[in-house]
Design a binder for this molecule. Structure first.
Ligand code: NAP
Ligand code: BGC
Ligand code: ZN
Length: 357
């Protein structure tokens, strides 16, 4: 069967031939429909994040998948059920962190592998197998957009942790600032602007108008902030202090400047995955700001099965026009390259299609 993979020493995805997998006991065989592409895939291609399965000369890409159960094997799944796979699996060499055994999303990175990202093949293939407990059934009518479930889980988890960090008092957030207008930042801006939790939503980018992402932010009723005109540390004064700041740029300075934009008693949630970058900060001011402002900083990665269930509900309630505007391209797997192009201003969220819905 065909798969889209990255070979060791290379930086561009290629189509390879690989054996169709046979499900082991406890696993189902899934016919892949679509697999989304995000900034993490680009970081994997650049060699900045993740890694190859041990002993393999390639990594099958893709972690944002949706498919249809083709062979339930000995699982309780039914043939034809639409499913979304979770990403993390226990490390094959048996390394475990006992306190995290039931929740792989909270496990140390070196005790897990991530399919399509780090140490395990992903879902960009005509078929994949997975244990039943890592497959989340979704409604049939979400099959064509089911590749958006996994990125939505990222925000479901981060918000759950942000809210939990404020659970010791009656926190009533109104404002949210999303840093970054990439696929994750825009999806999150859409979730916040169309959801019930926040009444005032902002999104930060560094693009010139006219631009599709700015149009989308404004169509959502959110406010676009140009980073080049208003640095993050000035946003509080120029707009308002934000109850939640959600960082989705991978730009490491925002992990620190972001705290200036947070309102007293608010939260800074960090999602980006930067490479090493030493720079100077005023540590004293940062420390004082966090303490005297009762501010919380939450780092968040990956998501648990319950976040997948919440994400399905969120995807179901997102207005159709939001999804239409967000998904700018679905490429056939026989010509997947356009889905990985990042410097195209006409592109927001892309996916590779293996089988028609
Ligand atoms: P992406 O495609 O790289 O998007 C990043 C966006 O941030 C781009 O639109 C970029 O603008 C913008 N940006 C970068 N630096 C900026 C700056 N200084 N000021 C303003 N805007 C800036 O990635 P993504 O898929 O949206 O994901 C965002 C980040 O989250 C990545 O680092 C990714 O690895 C990470 N991530 C983490 C998780 C998790 O579980 N924690 C899950 C998914 C993704 P331009 O397009 O104009 O360059
Ligand atoms: C994926 C997560 C993963 C993270 C770190 C993200 O793009 O969506 O599932 O844990 O990257 O590799
Ligand atoms: Zn991702």
């Amino acid at each position: 069967m065909d798969a889209i993979a990255l070979r060791r020493g290379e930086h561009t995805p290629i189509r390879i031939q690989t054996p169709k997998p046979t499900p082991k006991s406890g696993e189902a065989l899934v016919r892949t429909l679509r697999v989304g592409v995000d900034g993490t895939d680009i970081e994997v291609l650049a060699g900045e994040h993740g890694g190859f399965p041990p002993g393999e000369d390639h990594l099958v890409l893709g972690h944002e998948a949706v498919g249809i159960v083709a062979n339930p094997n000995d699982t309780d799944l039914e043939e034809g059920t639409v499913v979304v796979p979770t990403i993390r699996r226990p490390h094959p060499d048996g390394r475990t962190a006992p306190q995290h055994l039931d929740q792989l999303d909270m496990a140390p990175m070196d005790t897990v592998v991530e399919r399509g990202i780090a140490g395990a093949h992903g879902f960009m293939a005509e078929y994949f197998t997975s244990e039943e407990k890592y497959l989340v059934p979704i409604p049939d009518d979400l099959a064509d957009v089911g590749f958006l479930v996994e990125p939505i889980t990222i925000t479901e988890k981060a918000v759950e942790h942000a809210v939990a960090s404020r659970s010791a008092f009656d926190w009533r957030p109104e404002s949210a600032l999303v840093l970054g207008n990439g696929p994750l930042g825009l999806l999150t801006t859409a979730m916040f602007a169309t959801g019930e939790r926040f009444s005032d939503v902002y999104c930060l980018g560094r693009r010139d108008r006219p631009d599709l992402t700015i149009d989308m932010v404004e169509s959502l009723g959110a406010t676009y902030i140009d980073y080049r005109e208003t640095p993050v540390s000035e946003i509080s004064a120029a707009h308002r202090p934000m109850d939640l700041v959600y960082e989705a740029t991978g730009y490491a300075r925002h992990a620190f400047d972001g705290l200036d934009a947070v309102a007293p008693a608010g939260v800074l949630a960090l999602l980006g995955v930067p490479t090493d970058w030493p720079f100077e900060i005023d540590g004293g001011r940062l420390h004082r700001e966090a303490v005297l402002g009762n501010k919380a900083v939450v780092g968040s990665v990956n998501a648990d099965r319950n976040h997948f269930r919440a994400a399905v509900r969120t995807l179901d309630r997102l207005p159709a026009w939001v999804i239409d505007d967000l998904v700018t391209g679905v490429s056939p797997h026989t010509d997947a390259e356009p889905a990985f192009v990042t410097d195209d201003d006409a592109s927001i969220k892309t996916a590779v299609e293996f089988h028609r819905v």
